[in-house]
Design a protein. Structure first.
Length: 347
């Protein structure tokens, strides 16, 4: 989907990398105080987040004036900045230095409670797009969206511009129990522009898909579920927000989130970016590994990482819905009939 933090007039600012005096632990909900240098942040935009009863405090250096805007981006108040200023949910401000022409623009968006997936947390892991990744090519745009829908599924839209190329990385999984599974991205590294004071990186709008049979030459075949944004799921209307997870971390609304009904068998989880980039462009512009942390939820003991031989597992007399580690221990004790084989990963 398109970058949609605030209005189009400010999205260009979001793509500018910048330096701050002190970068907070932005994924931690308790970190609502930031050090801001208006000279360093000139011509940039960021999003801050706050619970309704909380505030965001900015300790200011080289900042001279503030201007407040309403929801239509009309200025409604202005004044001189102090050494520290406090802002609340819904605020939209511009801070300028004495020499700044455009200033530093920001909004305060909501921290929302976690949408806890059904079932149990079965796997938390990371997928990394390497510095020199593989690429695939998607088809022409579907409808008026400008996106190509993998497998014809409107929930699976990927940008079709820029020669429709996408870098990717994969992870194999085995579903042991038929059921409904939830896939959700938790965070990206680098965090990206949607997190407070984060610099632009395409993985901040990551995309996850699960395939029954993945062939990068035919990316429309075998896809059984995918999405790139939590913020258009679960009743959200393309909003800007973070959800606060049980451990206190923030899961930003552009992280991927989807559910899929899966039968027992082998699947491949594929990480891409929503935006189109060739492998050469990725290597030139982001010549370092970039990682998404994700979770899978579903029926108790419903999956294991890697491709497990289900027939050999069944031959041992072990039920497919037993805990993966208990199953592995049992099989080792009887001679180790399972052979774990992992599909070649691009990273």
């Amino acid at each position: 989907m398109t970058l949609n933090i605030r209005r189009a007039a400010f999205t260009a600012l979001a793509a500018i990398s910048f330096t701050v005096l002190a970068t907070p632990l932005a994924a931690n909900a308790a970190t609502n105080t930031y050090n801001i240098d208006c000279d360093e942040l000139e011509d940039t935009y960021t999003a801050f987040y706050s619970a309704p009863s909380d505030t965001v405090t900015l300790n200011l250096t080289n900042c001279a004036t503030w201007t407040e805007f309403d929801n239509d981006l009309n200025p409604i108040a202005n004044g001189a900045t102090g050494a520290s200023e406090t802002f609340s949910l819904g605020d939209h401000f511009n801070l300028k230095s004495s020499t700044g022409a455009n200033g530093f623009e920001f909004d305060v968006f909501p921290v929302k409670p976690e949408s806890v997936p059904a079932g149990e947390l079965l796997l938390e892991d990371r997928i990394t797009i390497p510095a020199a990744p593989e690429e695939l090519t998607v088809g022409a745009p579907d409808g008026d969206s400008g996106d190509h829908w993998l497998g014809g599924d409107e929930q699976c839209g990927l940008m079709s511009g820029n020669a429709a190329k996408h870098v990717y990385s994969t992870m194999d999984i085995t579903i042991l129990t038929d059921g409904t599974y939830t896939f959700r991205g938790i965070s990206a590294d680098p965090e990206g522009v949607y997190m407070p004071l984060g610099a632009y990186h395409p993985l901040s709008d990551g995309f996850l898909a699960v395939y029954s049979n993945f062939d990068p030459a035919t990316p429309d075949a075998g896809v059984v579920g995918c999405n790139d944004d939590l913020n258009d799921q679960l009743g959200y209307d393309n909003e800007e927000f973070v959800e606060q997870l049980s451990g206190g971390a923030w899961m930003e609304g552009h992280q991927p989130y989807f559910t899929a009904d899966l039968a027992a068998g082998h699947y491949t989880l594929v990480l891409l970016t929503w935006e189109s980039f060739s492998a050469a462009q990725w290597a030139a512009d982001w010549g370092y590994p970039s990682t998404m942390t994700f979770e899978m939820w579903g029926p108790t003991d419903g999956l294991v990482k890697g491709h497990v031989d289900l027939e050999e597992l069944a031959d041992t007399g072990v039920e497919l819905d037993v805990a993966p580690f208990a199953a592995a221990a049992f099989l080792i004790s009887v001679g180790g009939f399972i052979a774990f084989s992992r599909k070649r990963r691009t990273n």
